[in-house]
Structure formats: structure tokens, C-alpha cells
Ligand binder design. Structure first.
Ligand code: ADE
Ligand code: ZN
Length: 331
């Protein structure tokens, strides 16, 4: 029996603002004098009933309003790092949404400096390694993404990749083809949310127009056999988020989640937590949920852990070290 919490894994799909637990939201609301439209932690938690992605995003952006200082971003990130390590995360590639903060008058540097100081401390204390991925909000104009790319120049060395998130339907990857081209010219790697609520066509566009190294979510690829063949042939990693898909009603129950079908189709699927403070659990909890409800075998579990390191932006020596650790557990 594999210990799913301790199994070494990489987390490749995690929004740092989605790790904002209600207790910390309230503490920072008080400290910063920014009121919340909820009387207490429990009533905020009770509001976590989502009908789709947009209903979640409305609350997610509202809660972020209490994040104001570098110390706030430090505390948010430290809390995630501690939780992640207890659930077996050895390496994390972390999204952040700079536009959601810039719009509120928070400097780009305040956000990045708080997050990176916490990640540097976590590495020293626990060995957790990490990268930062800056996401563009796809429901804003492409011009706003260009401006954000420009703002990021002061912290270029701390950001490895750009991504694309927020409301998917009606905001196809094609809208961001030019800004992603510029980002690649500046040396950024690229990823994109695609095929969460949006159609398989958005996954094709992410591959062909944005030249992504990974697809975030991608569960709707199964509707298009030619696309499945392409993803399998290229070994494009898909960063699947099972609890998220249930909470945002992409799938009706965990028992009906397509993850097992994706593995059986030979896709490089991984398990991730997306916005764990909102969706009922961190990455180890997601592993436990799918292992039970999808009746995953030990081989499936080991494949998921291996896939997470195959999909990570790490060098081959580091990758081999992590893979050897997994093999040592799986005798
Ligand atoms: N931002 C935070 N979580 C997201 C998700 N699951 N999809 C799109 N944008 C997001
Ligand atoms: Zn996401």
C-alpha cells in the first residue's frame, strides 16, 4: 500500500491566491482594515458553493482584495509551502495572477518579492524547490497582458513561464498569440489553461499558437480522438485537478472523473490541487480521493507521481533523482 500523502510528487497546477484559507483571509482583512462582505469565517466557508468557473472566480477575486503588503504575500505563500511539504510535494510550479493585484494598486514587485521570499525560506527550511508562473487573465484585453509582460521586466529572473487563466469560454488562446510570442522571445516557457470548460479547439490553439509545454486541465481533450493522439505522441503533460473539476461542475462526481480514462489512453496526466483552499483539499487529498473513487492501481499511482516529474521544468539530473526515489518506494 503506497502512502499517498508521503509519495514524492511535483505540483504543477496551483494558484497561490487559491491557497488563501478563510482564517488567513479574515486575519488580513482585520490587519489591513479591508472589510469583507461576510461576518465570520464560517459564513465565508458556507459561500463555497459553486455552479461553474465564473461563480468561483467572483469569490476568488473578492477575497484577494485583502492582500496588500509584501508580508501578506509572504504569509500566504509560507502557509502553502508548509502544507505542500506535509503532502509530499518536493517541487512546486506556482501560478500567480499579477493583474488581479495591479488593478487594485498593488505594485508588481510587492507581489513577487513577498512570494519569492517565502519560497526561498521554504527551500532553506524544507528542501522544497519551486518556480513561478505568471498568468495573464484571459477575460481582460490582450493589451493588458502586454503591459503586464512589460511590468515583469524588473523581476524577470524570478519568473520562469507565463500562463493563461480566468474565464475560459469566449476567451480563446488565439486572443493571446502575439503576447505569448513576445514572452517566448524574452525566454519565458509557456503553459495555458485549456479544455477545462472550453472546447478541444482551445487545446489545439494552445499547442499550435501559444506553443505551450503543458496543458492546464485539458480534460475535454477526450472529446477529440485526433487531439488525444497528438497529446499522447508528443507526451504533452496535462495538469489535471480532480477536486476542482467536481467543485466547479466540470464533472458531476469524482467517481466519474476522466483521469483514469486519460491514463488508460496513454496521456501524461498529473494530479494537482488548483485552488485547494476553495475546493476541499491539497494535492495529497486529491491523490487519496481519485485513488479511492476511481479504484486506481498502485501502477496508476506511481505513473501519476512519475508524470509529475516528467512534466516539471527541472533538469534531467534532478528528474532522475526524484524518479529514483519513487522507484525505491514501489518495490
Ligand atoms: N484561476 C484560478 N483557478 C482557476 C481555474 N481553475 N481556471 C481558470 N482560472 C483560474
Ligand atoms: Zn487553474
Amino acid at each position: 500500500m503506497i502512502d499517498l500523502q508521503r509519495l514524492p510528487k511535483a505540483e504543477l497546477h496551483l494558484h497561490i491566491e487559491g491557497t488563501f484559507e478563510p482564517e488567513l483571509i479574515f486575519a488580513l482583512s482585520e490587519r489591513n482594515g479591508v472589510p469583507l462582505p461576510y461576518p465570520d469565517v464560517q459564513s465565508l466557508r458556507d459561500a463555497y458553493q459553486f455552479s461553474d468557473l465564473q461563480s468561483f472566480l467572483d469569490l476568488y477575486y473578492a477575497a484577494m482584495g485583502v492582500l496588500r503588503t509584501e508580508r501578506d504575500f509572504y504569509e500566504l505563500t509560507s502557509a502553502y509551502a508548509q502544507r505542500a511539504v506535509t503532502q509530499g510535494v518536493r517541487h512546486a510550479e506556482i501560478f500567480f495572477d499579477p493583474q488581479a493585484h495591479l488593478q487594485r494598486g498593488i505594485a508588481f514587485e510587492t507581489v513577487v518579492d513577498g512570494i519569492t521570499a517565502a519560497l526561498d525560506d521554504a527551500r532553506r527550511r524544507t528542501g522544497l524547490t519551486s518556480h513561478l508562473i505568471m498568468c495573464f487573465l484571459r477575460d481582460l484585453p490582450a493589451q493588458a497582458a502586454f503591459e503586464t509582460l512589460e511590468r515583469a521586466k524588473t523581476r524577470r529572473d524570478r519568473i520562469l513561464a507565463v500562463g493563461l487563466d480566468s474565464a475560459e469560454v469566449g476567451n480563446p488562446p488565439s486572443k493571446f498569440a502575439t503576447v505569448f510570442e513576445q514572452a517566448r522571445a524574452q525566454g519565458y516557457l509557456t503553459v495555458a489553461h485549456a479544455g477545462e470548460e472550453g472546447p478541444p479547439e482551445y487545446i489545439w490553439q494552445a499547442l499550435d499558437l501559444l506553443k505551450v509545454s503543458r496543458i492546464d486541465h485539458g480534460v475535454r481533450c477526450l472529446e477529440d480522438e485526433k487531439l488525444v493522439q497528438r497529446l499522447r505522441r508528443q507526451r504533452t503533460p496535462l495538469t489535471v485537478c480532480p477536486f476542482s473539476n467536481v467543485r466547479l461542475r466540470v464533472v458531476d462526481t469524482l467517481a466519474h472523473h476522466p483521469l483514469k480514462r486519460m491514463l488508460d489512453a496513454g496521456l501524461v496526466a498529473t494530479v494537482n490541487s488548483d485552488d485547494p483552499a476553495y475546493f476541499g483539499g491539497y494535492i495529497g487529498d486529491n491523490f487519496q480521493g481519485v485513488a479511492a473513487d476511481l479504484h486506481l492501481t498502485d501502477d496508476d499511482i506511481v505513473t501519476l507521481a512519475r508524470n509529475s516529474f516528467e512534466g516539471a521544468f527541472i533538469d534531467d539530473m534532478t528528474r532522475s533523482r526524484f524518479l529514483a526515489e519513487i522507484e525505491a518506494l514501489h518495490v
